[in-house]
Design a protein. Structure first.
Length: 186
């Protein structure tokens, strides 16, 4: 795994190796050594997957509230997504800014965020599969969100949005977000 970019403090675009041969390919998703070398936790306590049937589907922008802030590593292993991280840490030099990248099964790119970021994505293909590695454990009732289409954030979603959940449609705007929810606690 190698770092391609660190566009926001605490948010890194990474690339994992893909080994091709006559059978297809093998893709290493993560190792403890690579994680530590790239400033991530040695292990992630949660593993999850999101399957998205339709191109244009939007999920996000989601985060865990303090004190349950999470590290997150996201990769697309089938199809392609437009992946977005928004810095919600009030003391960060990149507070309120976002970074977006295409993650796909063919480019091997991954997006990692330290605690205090909101995450969302849009499916660029039908039938795409997204994998998440997250630490710490999920805490029921600890989830928060910011509106995916908030004009103040200026996210240029590449497709018309489809299949947006009612919760994501009703999420608060960035300006309504309480920064104390995503401030790291000592």
């Amino acid at each position: 795994m190698r770092k391609l970019d660190e566009p926001l403090a605490g948010c890194r675009l990474l690339e994992g190796p893909i080994f091709h041969d006559e059978r297809g390919y093998f893709r290493r998703l993560n190792t403890a050594g690579d994680a530590v070398a790239n400033g991530m936790p040695e292990s992630f306590r949660q593993q999850g997957a999101s399957f998205n049937l339709q191109r244009g589907t939007v999920r996000g922008l989601h985060f865990q509230k303090a004190p349950f802030l999470e590290h997150k590593l996201v990769q697309c292993v089938r199809g392609a997504i437009f992946d977005v991280m928004v810095d919600l840490r009030p003391d960060s030099p990149t507070y309120g800014r976002h970074f977006a990248a295409e993650l796909s099964e063919t480019n091997g790119h991954m997006l990692y965020s330290e605690p205090g970021f909101a995450h969302g994505f849009q499916a660029l293909t039908d039938d795409c599969l997204v994998l998440y590695q997250i630490s710490p454990d999920l805490v029921p009732g600890g989830a928060g969100s910011v509106r995916w289409d908030d004009p103040e954030l200026g996210i240029a979603w590449p497709l018309d949005a489809v299949n947006v959940s009612e919760n994501d449609r009703r999420a608060p705007l960035f300006r309504q977000h309480d920064p104390a929810l995503t401030a790291p606690r000592p």
